[in-house]
Design a protein around this ligand. Structure first.
Ligand code: GLY
Length: 401
């Protein structure tokens, strides 16, 4: 599409998200950061640091259901604690952040069998290193990046996301849109003592996914399946979405987040351009109340569950995306779209308040599997506190990274 025409369409779309894209929306991120810190302190009062970590709370429950360190969600609770420590400077939260992060090093004692190392070890050790500079944390991150890199297939040009699905689903080499997030671990490692190879494969992975996981209308497949012999793209399918051709909400938000981050790490304008197109597709399809259903194409909508986690991931990504916009209307438009989502998430309709230990309710994990439907899920809380932290930095005129 002609670039000028595209810019005009984007401006129209963003101004539809808020009546005036430069308008200053009212939202008190400090009040919500205070809420997250209070909830963290309350949860910690009934927890012991160690290798059992929060993952979800189902309707009717009050306390976190815990998982072990090898669960893909293990890094989010330590990550939340690091953000809560960054906000509060509370030494007890610091001790808990360390106490929940350090057992995760055990993840590296078993051979890598999925792409999730970034979610697990960058959310935990990565944030921990960012805030403490502890060299032992750097060692863990560098080792985990080398471990993740062993899943890279140079014929295909991507990391293998799910080795177990090669046989189970007959997906010889498979790469999921979620995997974009884990490239951050590789980029960071390559710039902090790791090899150039880590950077190169992260770039190649992002490039390959641009032409396979992304559809011509800028919605995303969940899974791209490739041939291992000659590396060609066989098909796009779903695992956690409604249908192979549907737009799974969290997948689309992983895409926005991943390509925004890939632009930050590389300065490659192709990634920035794609991030804006994925964001625009997401924003133009949002329902009236601004929080996506779990899959934009579920025919049961409006009687389908929401996915607050997709809104949290997207809000955090849109805030970073806005920071890269030169055009002031686009900058304000993406920021306002994020604030609008955060505002809605911060109402009684989504806040857990005293109902359970989480920050938020109404996320959907794996609908086709019947698991974590309309639940509180730890990664919704992680990206919510990250988005609030980003918004506070942007409003204070600070750099995000
Ligand atoms: N990475 C898996 C998910 O988003 O559910």
């Amino acid at each position: 599409m002609n670039n000028l025409f595209y810019t005009i369409i984007v401006l129209i779309c963003l101004s539809a998200c808020s009546s005036n894209s430069r308008e200053k929306l009212e939202f008190d991120e400090q009040q919500m950061l205070d809420y997250t810190v209070e909830k963290v302190i309350a949860s910690l009062s009934s927890m012991s640091c160690g290798d059992s970590l929060p993952r979800n709370i189902y309707s009717g429950q009050t306390d976190w259901n815990l998982v072990g360190i090898n669960d893909w969600c293990s890094g989010f609770w330590p990550g939340i604690l690091w953000y809560a420590y960054e906000e509060s400077k509370n030494p007890d939260i610091l001790a808990s952040a360390q106490g929940f992060t350090e057992p995760l090093g055990g993840v590296l004692e078993v051979p890598v069998d999925n792409h999730d190392l970034g979610f697990m070890l960058y959310s935990s050790y990565g944030n921990g290193f960012r805030l403490t500079g502890n060299p032992a944390y750097q060692d863990v991150i560098l080792t985990s990046a080398d471990s993740l890199a062993t899943l890279y297939n140079s014929k295909v040009g991507t990391i293998l996301s799910w080795p177990s699905m090669r046989e189970k689903m007959n997906w010889p080499h498979n790469t999921i849109i979620d995997n974009m997030i884990n490239l951050e671990l590789l980029f960071w490692a390559s710039k902090n003592g790791g090899s150039q190879h880590l950077y190169d494969i992260a770039v190649k992975h992002a490039e390959t996914c641009m032409t396979t996981l992304i559809r011509p209308d800028y919605s995303t497949y969940h899974v791209a399946v490739f041939d291992t012999i000659d590396g060609h793209f066989i098909k796009g399918v779903t695992h956690q979405g409604y249908a192979d051709n549907s737009m799974w909400a969290r997948g689309q938000s992983w895409g926005i987040y991943g390509y925004t981050m890939a632009y930050r790490e590389t300065g490659d304008e192709r990634f920035l351009d794609l991030a804006t197109k994925l964001a625009d597709r997401f924003l133009e399809r949002l329902p009236e109340d601004g929080i996506p259903y779990w899959d934009f194409d579920d025919p049961k909508i409006p009687d389908a569950p929401k996915d607050a986690s997709a809104a949290c991931v997207a809000a955090s990504a849109l805030l970073e995306l806005s920071s890269f916009m030169d055009n002031e209307n686009l900058k304000a438009g993406y920021k306002n779209a994020a604030i609008k989502m955060l505002s809605i998430l911060s109402t009684d309709a989504y806040l857990a308040n005293g109902k359970n230990q989480a920050f938020l309710m109404h996320s959907t994990g794996h609908y086709p599997n019947g698991s974590e439907i309309d639940a509180s899920i730890i990664y919704a809380d992680y990206y919510y506190i990250e988005a609030l932290t980003r918004l506070k930095k942007i409003n204070a005129g600070k750099r995000l990274h």
